[in-house]
Design a protein around this ligand. Structure first.
Ligand code: FES
Ligand code: FES
Length: 78
């Protein structure tokens, strides 16, 4: 089951090594690509992404990726 399409392009985020980020799986968050608690009452829960190294990460915002929580290009077919 996939979440709602929040955007048809990925979100580039500068992550810090060792830090955890909570990716929004449901697509309802107003703070894309991350969870803001809007999933409550629904079937989705956020997914933890732990950064192994610092740098730019392309998180999926369309929520249809096959490589959660990262963009795999699926948004191009929407
Ligand atoms: Fe979802 Fe690219 S933004 S696959
Ligand atoms: Fe989407 Fe929390 S708001 S998973």
């Amino acid at each position: 089951m996939k979440g709602e399409i929040a955007a048809k392009a990925p979100a580039a985020v500068e992550v810090e090594a060792g830090k955890s980020y909570w990716w929004c799986a449901c697509g309802k968050s107003k703070r894309q690509p991350f969870c803001d608690g809007s999933h409550k009452g629904g079937p989705f829960v956020p997914l933890e992404y732990k950064a192994e190294k610092s740098g730019t990460v392309w998180f999926c915002a369309c929520k249809q990726t096959g490589r959660v929580p990262l963009c795999d290009g699926t948004h191009n077919k929407l």
